[in-house]
Design a protein around this ligand. Structure first.
Ligand code: TPP
Ligand code: MG
Length: 585
């Protein structure tokens, strides 16, 4: 059997139906994909585009996303997308068609021997679960099975698989004769160390008892719920208990705004009602969130300070490292919730419900404290009003992203994809391409004027494949998230974010790519234009031109403030009316 055919047959046997590709020394692999009936190449315009598309394919299907590129510059172009998978625990396999080992420098003390030689294994070692090069056919089956297995086992993530060009076209390969990873001691050891569900009986009892005794419980949802495919189990728990929820960026699309006790996004750019809810809780159940400091604020001792805390995560190294926690549980969230749901719950939290709903009514995110409207938040809320029930919304990085986290009102079947831990500008457009190709459903891009320019070349893909993608550019003509920091710490010296930064005419750019486009700048026309754009499925770009002052994110938590004290500040008297625990001096 030809080696490249074997590799592609292996992927097809894992139900992978698309590989995001850019051609080069992987040509044999791409040729085998092309000749296979159940799997297709999707050739993007840049390797980073292929990487982010594979990333989104994995996020929306739960399957392993696959991208393949050439050695050297192809691989380095992919690095950002690989890192993004690593930090957001996205299962993905990145295959590099590499330089033959005989043409590599080996032990020689030189920079490069072969053309386009780069040590991709070392390069990607710190941003993958496993990075390997197949140096001879003896290891091919073992390494391929191992690498693919690791993408999904335990805490998910990316692997790097380098397959030199000279091996791809060998035709004398018989996988039946080669050793399998699944027969190995290495595999048995990994399985033995995986989370064991029947060990957590006691933890489940304790958690159920904490829930039943709590007067002010809150669940903080992280990206782990989606990764564990535990959304339905979480809904069951909420049906039984009606516990209020808040979410991190990565947890946004696990429970929609259809749940009445969804208090929203927490943290430095969270909503005031979410932060007040955390601040006043007496029980905090953290499900699949690593509690990074954008969520907890820098004064971690003030975060959920009146609450007993339980943290559940599949990765034991994430447990309890940021705050004192009463109960730490290493478990797969699906197992954990399945078991927890078998317990009986008697909760008495009506007073708490009234309280948290009063937070929400007092401080709607679309309003300033004086009642005037916040245009940036309103635009995002208007987008949500016209979305279809199963749209996938792909969001870039910057102020517009925080506005989405605060104000995009979701429905149960919608997905919202972010570059969470890595915060990579340029994510949204190729992610939308991957999502829509994976599901056949419509995807929506919400990007800034900066982020969209980072992978704008992928508009060509939308046209070539006639994809149902709507692109909203929240165009404040600046890299405004950074401008905000320069205002605070650098006396508003907006070098790079406003000064010596520029944007093209996006409407004309889209037109050049053959994509329908419009521009809207009058505030009173925006709602109607947004609605019109979303009323069809065909590709379209809408340049929403807005003054930078209208995207500035509020409320926000300054680094030296207790968790509930967000800027713009409430008077002490007003804040005290909401507090069930003492304010920090
Ligand atoms: C690849 C990359 N480069 C730089 C940054 C730093 N950064 C974070 S947000 C941001 C501004 C984004 O500007 P834009 O896309 O216009 O969004 P806005 O904040 O204006 O809404 C920058 C430069 C980043 N996150 N990613
Ligand atoms: Mg901008």
């Amino acid at each position: 059997m030809k080696v490249s055919d074997y590799v592609i047959e292996f992927l097809a046997s894992k139900n992978i139906d698309k590989v995001f590709s850019y051609i080069g020394k992987n040509a044999h692999l791409c040729d085998s994909i092309d000749k296979h009936n159940e799997i297709e190449n999707v050739f993007t315009i840049h390797e980073q585009g292929a990487g982010f598309s594979a990333n989104a394919y994995a996020r929306v299907t739960g399957k392993t996303g696959v991208a393949t590129v050439t050695s050297g510059p192809g691989a380095t172009n992919l690095v950002t997308a690989i890192a993004d998978c690593y930090f957001d625990s996205v299962p993905a396999m990145f295959i590099v068609g590499d330089v033959p080992p005989a043409e590599c420098k080996g032990e020689r003390n030189i920079r490069q021997y072969g053309f386009q030689e780069t040590d991709v294994v070392i390069l990607c070692d710190s941003i993958t679960k496993y990075a390997t090069q197949v140096e001879s056919l003896e290891n091919l089956r073992y390494e391929l099975e191992k690498a693919f297995f690791l993408t999904q086992n335990g805490r998910k993530g990316p692997v790097l698989f380098s397959l030199p060009e000279n091996l791809q076209f060998r035709t004398n390969f018989n996988p039946e004769e080669e050793k399998s990873f699944f027969d190995s001691a290495e595999y048995k050891k990994i399985i033995a160390e995986s989370p064991v569900i029947n060990n957590i009986d006691q933890d489940i009892d304790k958690t159920a008892s904490l829930i039943n005794n709590a007067k002010r419980p809150v669940i903080l949802i992280g990206g782990g719920i989606r990764l564990a495919d535990a959304v339905d189990e979480l809904k069951t728990l909420l049906d039984k208990t009606n516990i209020p929820i808040v979410y991190s960026l990565m947890g946004k699309d696990a429970i929609s705004n259809e749940y009445p006790y969804n208090l929203g996004f927490i943290g430095n750019f969270g909503t005031r009602h979410a932060n007040l809810t955390i601040a006043n809780a007496d029980l905090l159940l953290v499900l699949g969130s690593r509690l990074d400091n954008l969520q907890t604020g820098r004064r971690i001792e003030t975060f959920a300070r009146g609450a007993k805390t339980v943290q559940v995560d599949i990765d034991k190294n994430e447990l309890g490292i940021r705050m004192d926690t009463d109960l730490l549980i290493k478990a797969d969230l699906l197992d954990f919730l399945q078991q927890l749901n078998q317990r009986d719950f008697v909760t008495d939290i009506d007073a708490w419900h009234s309280k948290v709903l009063s937070y929400k009514e007092s401080y709607p995110v679309e309003n300033n404290l004086d009642g005037s409207k916040r245009l940036g938040n309103q635009i995002i809320a208007q987008i949500s009003e016209s979305l279809k029930d199963d749209d996938c919304i792909c969001v870039d990085v910057g102020e517009h992203q925080m506005l989405v986290a605060q104000s995009l009102n979701t429905k149960d079947k919608q997905r919202v994809l972010f570059s969470g831990g890595f915060g990579a500008m340029g994510f949204a457009l190729p992610a939308a391409i991957g999502a829509t190709l994976a599901t056949g459903k419509r995807a929506i891009v919400i990007s800034g004027d900066g982020g969209i320019q980072m992978n704008i070349q992928e508009l060509e893909m939308i046209k070539r494949r006639n994809l149902p993608i709507k692109i909203f550019i929240i165009n404040n003509q600046s890299l405004h998230m950074v401008k905000l920091r320069q205002d605070t710490y650098l006396e508003s010296n907006s070098v790079g974010s406003v000064k010596d930064y520029s944007v093209p005419n996006f409407k004309r750019v889209a037109k050049a790519y053959g994509i329908k486009s419009h521009k809207v700048s009058k505030h009173e026309k925006m709602a109607k234009r947004i609605k019109k754009t979303l009323s069809t499925d065909s590709s379209e770009l809408l340049d929403v031109q807005i003054e930078p002052s209208n995207t500035t994110v509020e409320p926000r938590l300054d680094f030296n403030r207790p968790f509930e004290e967000m800027r713009p500040y409430l008077s002490k008297e007003e804040l005290e009316t909401h507090m069930l625990i003492k304010l920090v001096d």
